[in-house]
Structures are given as C-alpha cells and as structure tokens.
Design a protein around this ligand. Sequence first.
Ligand code: UDP
Length: 329
Amino acid sequence: MPKVLVTGGAGYVGSHTAHVLLRKGTEVVVVDDLSRGYRHNVDAARLHVRPLADTDFLVSLMQREQFDAVLHFAAYALVGESTEKPELYFRNNVAGTVSLLDAMSRVGLRRLVFSSTCAVYGEPLVVPISEDLPKAPLSPYGESKAIVETMLSWMDRGRGMRSVSLRYFNACGADPEAGLGEEHDPETHLIPLLLRATMTGQPITIFGDDYPTPDGTCVRDYIHVLDLAEAHIAALDWLMADKPSGFFNVGTGSGYSVREVLAAVEKIVGKPVPFRIGPRRAGDSPVLVANPAKIQETLGWKARYTRIEDIVSMAWEFERKHGKRRTAI
Ligand code: UDP
C-alpha cells in the first residue's frame, strides 16, 4: 500500500478522497491550513495545520514520512472571488503549488495527482468537451489551474516528476455515513443552496433563463464527490505503476439544467423549492459537459453515480444529519 500526502485534506473533495483511501488501507497524512477546510473532516492524529507556502516544513515532513505520492487538493475554488481578488488565487493556488513542487524536488518525490478543473476550457467551442480542446480560462481561478498544469509538464521534463491532472466538472454530493459533505462558507453551489431553500423558505436565485439551452438555464455535468475520490485512486494506481503523466476530464458525460436539478431536489425533499429568476452570473458558460472517454479508456475509471436523484438524495441526507453543525463553525 502506498503512503500519501494529501494537501487540502480537510476540504470538500480532499476529505472524501482521504476517507476512501483510509478505508482501502492506504496511509494518509494531511496538510491543510484550515483557511477553507474544517478540522472535523480529518482525524487529528494525521492532520498538520500548516500553509503550503512553508516549504521547509514540507521538506522535513516528506523526509520523515517517506511518501510515495502527493494528492494535491489545497486551493481556493470560487470563480467569482477569483475575479475580484486575482492575487489571492495566484498566491494560494500557484505560489502554494510552487512551494510544494520545490519541496518534492528537494526530497526526490516524483508522483503527484493534481485537482484541476473544467474551468481551464473557458467557454468551449464544442460540447461534450474532450481534452484536446484548447485551454482558454475565463477567470483567475481557471487560469491558476491552467498555470499549474503547465508547470507540471515542465516538472515532468526537467525533474522526471510524473503527474495526473484531473479536470473536475461540477463536484457535488456527499458521503453522509462518513459525516462528510459540502460545507463551503459562504455556500455558492447549486445543490446545497436548493436544499437549504426548501428548509428556510428563502428563494434561491436562478442565474439566467435565457441561455441557448432546451429550458433556458445552464447545463452542467454533476459529478459525485465519491466518484471523484475513486478517480484519484485510479490516478494514484496509474502513477504507482510508473505510467506517464496525463490530464483527464472527470465527469459523467451527461448534463442537467438548473431547472432539472431543481426538479430533482423537489422530488427528493418532497417540497417545492422557492426560487426567482435573476440575471446571468458573470463567467457562466451555457453548457459544460465532459467527454469522459479518455479517463475511461486510460485509467479504467467510470462514474457510478449517474442519476441526479441519487446525488441529490445523498446531499440531502448529509444536510439533514449534519447541516446543523454549520451554525457551530
Ligand atoms: N446557479 C444558480 N443559482 C445559484 C447557484 C448556482 O442558478 O444560486 C447555477 C449556476 O449559474 C450554474 C449552475 O447553477 O449554471 C452550477 O453552479 P455552481 O456554482 O454550483 O457550480 P459552477 O458551475 O460554478 O462550478
């Protein structure tokens, strides 16, 4: 079993992945500065609360623990915030990764799985999106991830560092049994906001219903966070087998509109979702749906949660069981 360093393991996707790895018997150590993640997502014994910028700390941790690979989740991920504070995103996502890569080079650690995003494509010319489309990010967030992908290709050439970049589509869902789910603060994501609207009675705003889509609302490829966790494990296995670097879309290949997700929430919760139609949100593409053929063929990974009702149902169970702790955070 490999031993892995998980950066950002107290955050949403990182904590789910760390949990699945532990269940499979992999040794996991987490570094997280808790600026966006939560202490309750990680067993205290394996958590180091430190910023990625602390290269010397990373070097001594890597020397002590002798990791086989790094799973790198630590990043800020709000498109809107990134357009207002680009420097925050370049410092945290890009400079943080430079520090990590520097530490890895110093100790000769040469395997990395990187959390990338479909935001690297910007507004794609063709849908479903395959990996050969050009990168054309529309936000500092997407740009920060595109820059890291480019850095990784140079690390491969210069340092022999092998990496897999996973371009997530819309991460969602929860693992209610593990007590893990979406807890962004502030929450900006569609499914938790729809669920909360049914509980509070406060209407959610649908950002635009005049898009060139069948019902006028944006279409997204909603990928369950547990499927994302499995994609990381497939990438880790790939790198442990000394296979070459690569980058892959991680999505289901099916799209749902905002109205379709709203209807699924009404069905699962059994209550209407109060909503109003607002203006479009800056930076939203009408349709973002993955062509997941490359990861299926290369890494042998395929999404298991393809029905939006199943995803919503697990998110709803998490919200009912654990939503209350939000007020305690
Ligand atoms: N959305 C919406 N109202 C909200 C939040 C999101 O209409 O309060 C829409 C958003 O415009 C997008 C989709 O829901 O089309 C998914 O948005 P989310 O922020 O969850 O993920 P993103 O696509 O930004 O990664």
